[in-house]
Design a protein around this ligand. Sequence first.
Ligand code: UDP
Ligand code: MG
Length: 159
Amino acid sequence: MKFAFMIERTLVILKPSALQRGLVGEVTHRFERKGLRLAGMKMMQLTDHLLDEHYAHLINKPFFQRVKDSMMAAPVIACCIEGVDAVQTVRTLAGPTNGRLAAPGTIRGDYSMSVQENIIHTSDSPENAAVELTRFFKPEEMFAYKQVAFDYLYATDEY
Ligand code: UDP
Ligand code: MG
């Protein structure tokens, strides 16, 4: 039986809090160890204009500018991460928005004491992931290659 899972790509942003606290290796290590494939990675300085688009769903919140300022306080590392059902898998690894409520074992649960300073951004749906990846990466900045372990990561009916 074929499952309804698909190989997906999702956007992860290692936020300024991750860089300033020296957690870049820790966090990327978790995605690698899970079996997700790193398809793209780049350091960048976010701008107010880009964040107006990226956080458009928060535009009417009182903390909108504060969140944007926090995302511009230092460079970030944008990652394109791929795997079967990657959008939900990465959300699960990240944990809920509030680091204080996130379960131990999740990235936010292990490394964050905050709602705002919660280490990573992760796309929340396949549709938004596609839009966000286009916003952050040029096509040639995302790479297709076969993981050598691929045949040991999935059954043949899972992709
Ligand atoms: N945020 C915040 N206060 C809130 C809600 C969100 O500071 O009450 C920040 C937080 O950094 C969060 C980001 O805005 O990660 C985007 O919010 P969203 O609701 O999309 O949460 P996420 O998808 O990152 O869990
Ligand atoms: Mg979100």
